[in-house]
Design a protein around this ligand. Structure first.
Ligand SMILES: Nc1ncnc2c1ncn2[C@@H]1O[C@H](COP(=O)(O)OP(=O)(O)OP(=O)(O)O)[C@@H](O)[C@H]1O
Length: 302
């Protein structure tokens, strides 16, 4: 393992399926210890990128490396440095949970791995199900098992492809606590998700893919500053707005009014005009833009 290497390096990666250009020159460097989000609409190329990192798909052109190990030339070292939690629920129905994790350990040549297997099962609340046949597990439990399988060989880099799709609130919480702990302990995390509030809360840096291209890549904090659309929700005493504001304010079903604005000066003028018209503000709530606003904005603009 090369100390100076990025955890994941992707250089000008290209991949097509028939006439579909799934990846159209993607370059990314993810440093060790980062919690990195890869976002994009359906079909943007996220799973294709992950499949190339995992050595399951060959790129047409470009390079990818895990901890300095090229995913084609040094396949074994690259694979050993990587734990992948796939999007699809794949499992072998003939084994129980513990057996599945022992078999997975065997793929990496780890024969005495029960201590770590017990620890993973404990943190993922799989311990009470250790002897259950995988076929009899609920969807959420099968997903936990996929996470456990990705971790048996203690990989420094963990890739999660939509790990919380169709997962209940409890599992999400315990999953994120565990993954965040692994990240704090130094593991690099690459996450794809369609839950943007999850990405906003967890990821330090985010890349957005669209049609196989990176259309944004920055810290979450900087991305959140890209849009200056704010929203204020007001409850007013009096129904007739000053004429100048009648088209700017939208009346919500609960009787409150909503205004989108980019300059706080707009809000000041509105409040002054309302006071001038004898309309009292009973309540006001400000909503700051979130990652979903930024994502929608970037996807529209690019
Ligand atoms: N094996 C394949 N054969 C043909 N086309 C494929 C194959 N795999 C992916 N594609 C196409 O490549 C494009 C990128 O797909 P990919 O699954 O990487 O997107 P994604 O960003 O992961 O989407 P989602 O959010 O829906 O999972 C899509 O147009 C998809 O239909």
């Amino acid at each position: 393992m090369s100390q100076a290497s990025p955890a994941i390096r992707v250089s000008d990666l290209r991949k097509h399926f028939g006439t579909t250009q799934a990846l159209d020159g993607v370059s990314l460097d993810i440093q060790p210890g980062e919690f990195f989000g890869l976002l994009g609409p359906n079909g943007a190329g996220k799973t294709t990128l992950i499949s190339i990192l995992a050595g399951l798909t060959r790129a047409d052109a470009g390079h990818a490396a895990i901890m300095g190990h090229d995913v084609v030339r040094d396949y074994r070292q690259a694979r050993r440095a990587l734990g992948v939690v796939p999007q699809e629920l794949v499992y072998d129905p003939f084994f129980n949970v513990r057996e599945t994790l022992r078999i997975q350990s065997g793929y990496f040549g780890l024969r005495h791995n029960d201590g770590w297997i017990d620890e993973i099962m404990h943190h993922l609340d799989l311990a009470p199900h250790a002897d259950k046949n995988t076929q009899s597990l609920s969807g959420g439990m099968k997903r936990r098992l996929l996470v456990a399988q990705a971790l048996v060989h203690k990989p420094p880099v963990i890739v999660l492809d939509e790990p919380t799709a169709g997962v209940d609130v409890d599992l999400r919480r315990s999953l994120w606590e565990f993954i965040s702990r692994l990240n704090r302990e130094g593991h690099t995390i690459l996450l794809t998700t369609h839950y943007l509030e999850e990405a906003e809360a967890l990821c330090g840096r985010i890349a957005m893919l669209k049609s196989g291209r990176v259309v944004a890549c920055d810290t979450t904090r900087n991305l959140l500053q890209l849009t200056n659309e704010h929203c204020a929700q007001l409850r007013l005493q009096g129904e007739t707005l000053p004429a100048a504001w009648q088209t700017r304010l939208q009346h919500d079903a609960d009787g409150s009014w909503r205004i989108n604005f980019s300059e706080y000066a707009d809000l000041e003028t509105l409040l002054a005009d309302l006071r001038g018209a004898g309309i009292r503000v009973l309540e006001m709530q400000l909503q700051e833009p979130d990652l979903e606003d930024v994502f929608t904005d970037i996807m529209k603009r690019t």
